[in-house]
Design a protein around this ligand. Structure first.
Ligand code: NDP
Length: 237
């Protein structure tokens, strides 16, 4: 027996980066994990065979697909919504469709997934969404739309925590700072610049973010809800 034995878990956006680390962490602790992906079929297949998790192709930008995905997993114990995209740049030059697609993936998908999950979720269930420290702090130009999507999650968690609290279902946001993934590689050209804002001047690992998720998903966090959990090396301090 381990802490998540037989827990029914869905990770939306789990093929790479932080999502893959979450899949590994929960599967290693006994959970029955399914995860979705959109583009990275090879990475998803490799992760499924490594962990025993179930990979499901489903585009988080498509609301009907998100709802079908969640509904199809039955009574979840734990929902983690990790899928996210980053569109940065001068707002006067940025493609409006790309911004809208980011809003679909970063905001609409977590909301609709959380609501659909709550229909069947067992009492005491867990809903965890990966936000960003940029929901609190956007210390450079070009990040308005991304920061907007991550701030929106804060209000969602506060509200849904109250909607589902009577059933003991918790709703929390994990807010990473710079974390070493394809989206934000630790050896990328922006790293030194980002480290200037940090008290501990390095990227987090996906495993460090997954550890926070595991705490919130676990039995010791039953009273933690409607809250933001920043793990950012002091980026926002
Ligand atoms: P990556 O780009 O490395 O990985 C993103 C993951 O999300 C992939 O598994 C990808 O799957 C999935 N995904 C993206 N779009 C979709 C979609 N439309 N449908 C389904 N799945 C999708 O990103 P990170 O791991 O770095 O980021 C994960 C989360 O953490 C995001 O929400 C991000 O905003 C947040 N975050 C990241 C930080 C960082 O520094 N890395 C800092 C703060 C927050 P596939 O490739 O199969 O499409």
């Amino acid at each position: 027996m381990t802490e998540f034995t037989d827990k029914n878990v869905l990770v939306i956006g789990g093929s790479r980066g932080i999502g893959a680390a979450i899949v590994r962490r929960l599967a290693r602790s006994g959970a029955e994990v399914a995860f979705s992906y959109a583009g990275s079929a090879d990475a998803a297949a490799a992760l499924a065979s490594e962990t025993g998790a179930t990979a499901i192709r489903s585009d988080a930008a498509d609301r009907a697909a998100v709802v079908d995905l969640v509904k199809g997993r039955g009574a979840l114990d734990i929902l983690v919504v990790n899928a996210g995209t980053l569109v940065m740049g001068d707002p006067l030059e940025t493609d409006a469709d790309a911004v809208d697609r980011m809003i679909d993936i970063n905001v609409r998908a977590p909301y609709h997934a959380a609501v659909e999950a709550a229909r069947q979720m067992r009492d005491g269930g867990r809903i965890i969404v990966i936000g960003s420290v940029n929901g609190d702090r956007m210390p450079f130009a070009g990040g308005a739309a991304y920061a907007m999507t991550k701030s929106a999650l804060q209000g969602m968690a506060r509200g849904l925590a109250r909607d589902f609290g009577a059933r003991g279902i918790t709703v929390n946001i994990v807010q990473p700072g710079p974390t070493d993934t394809d989206m934000n590689p630790s050896d990328g050209p922006m790293s030194g610049f980002m480290h200037e804002f940090m008290a501990i001047k390095r990227h987090a690992t996906g495993e460090e973010i997954a550890a926070m998720v595991a705490y919130l998903a676990g039995p010791e966090a039953g009273i933690v809800t409607g809250a933001l959990h920043t793990i950012d090396g002091g980026f926002g301090a």
